[in-house]
Design a protein around this ligand. Structure first.
Ligand SMILES: [Zn+2]
Ligand SMILES: [Zn+2]
Length: 335
């Protein structure tokens, strides 16, 4: 494993309440910084995450890699739905409150987000709020500028620094006991989805419902592999690419205090999150594609839900916000 995963640079720390101070310089450092311990035990705690990646290797030993219309279709479906659970729910709803919904719908949407196996909504949203509060500074949980590409992509998740939820930034959601319960038991929706994929595949393969033969359905295992495991891994790395690549590759329309970029490819694979520079410019906007050519499928889904009365009060940037600190407008004015 490359050491760059775990590399923590020793450099001056800038925080909202402190002047620059070097690591190890005393109480100020201790107060503002989480523990930065990186050891083998961290990796052992990450075993399920690593094991899920290793299980994907099983496709190499399957006839035709297990590819069929139903396995690929199921993989695409669970990818698409769960990607929306991350982008449209965990990100735009829980982290940024960019639209409103009812309390029952809020819980159902949170379950959808949990099914992506990216921990609970409070953990996810709180770390994302930290990302915006300290974007590309030493206090950012996943800045490729401050550490490395691999740290921003996956290292920060595997480190011990970010296992706990920074509760102080997520108090607004902690008053909902059902969300706190779900956050503690975030693995349940994912497990239900995994079992559903297996049962679906078993029936496709001709299982007659006999409990005695339940675990010996090869079609069940293949659909579990494609519909849940591979789909989950694809969903992971598409999501992670926003933390890593969206701060490295692409164009910058807005002048922001970070390295955020707009990137069409990332927008396509993440249902609209690739318009990351737009997002850093106007964080509470429900749409991250600001113009019609900036494809933003999550926004289309949320707007469709609004049409049916399931969501409302969608927050969007006004004309002034669209032109403020816009380098394209400044360039046009200069000509
Ligand atoms: Zn960002
Ligand atoms: Zn955000």
């Amino acid at each position: 494993m490359k050491q760059t995963f775990l590399k923590v640079k020793e450099r001056p720390i800038r925080t909202a309440t402190s002047t620059p101070v070097m690591p190890g310089a005393g109480a100020l450092w201790q107060h503002h910084q989480p523990r930065r311990v990186n050891s083998l035990s961290n990796w052992l705690k990450s075993f399920p995450f690593i094991a899920l990646h290793l299980v994907c290797i099983a496709v190499l030993f399957l006839p035709d890699f297990g590819i069929s219309a139903t396995t690929i279709g199921l993989c695409a479906l669970t990818y698409f739905i769960r990607m929306f659970g991350i982008t449209g729910v965990y990100h735009r709803y829980f982290a940024h409150r960019s639209y409103k919904t009812s309390r029952p719908m809020q819980f159902l949407l949170a379950c959808l987000g949990c099914s992506a196996f990216q921990k609970g909504p409070l953990w996810w949203a709180s770390h994302h709020r930290q990302h915006h509060r300290y974007s590309d500074t030493p206090d950012d949980p996943h800045s490729p500028r401050e550490k490395s590409f691999w740290w921003a992509h996956v290292g920060w998740i595997l480190s011990e620094d970010h296992i706990e939820t920074p509760h102080e930034v997520i108090r607004d959601w902690e008053r909902y006991p059902e969300l706190c319960w779900l956050d503690r038991n975030h693995w349940i929706p994912g497990l239900v989805l995994a079992i559903s994929c297996y049962v679906f595949g078993a029936f496709i393969g001709g299982w007659n419902g006999n409990p005695a033969t339940f675990f010996s359905q090869s079609a069940g295992w293949i659909h579990l592999l494609w519909g849940f495991v591979i789909s989950t891994i694809l969903c992971y790395h598409a999501t992670f690419s926003i933390n890593s690549l969206s701060h490295l590759l692409g164009t910058r329309r807005y002048v922001t205090n970070d390295d955020s970029r707009n990137n069409l490819f990332l927008a396509l694979i993440t249902l609209g999150e690739g318009w990351h520079n737009n997002h850093h410019h106007y964080q509470s906007s429900v749409n991250q594609g600001f113009f019609w050519w900036e494809i933003d499928i999550s926004y289309c889904i949320i707007r469709t839900m609004a049409f049916f009365g399931l969501t409302w009060d969608l927050r969007k940037p006004g004309k002034k916000a669209l032109t403020f600190r816009n380098v394209e407008v400044k360039r046009a004015e200069a000509v």
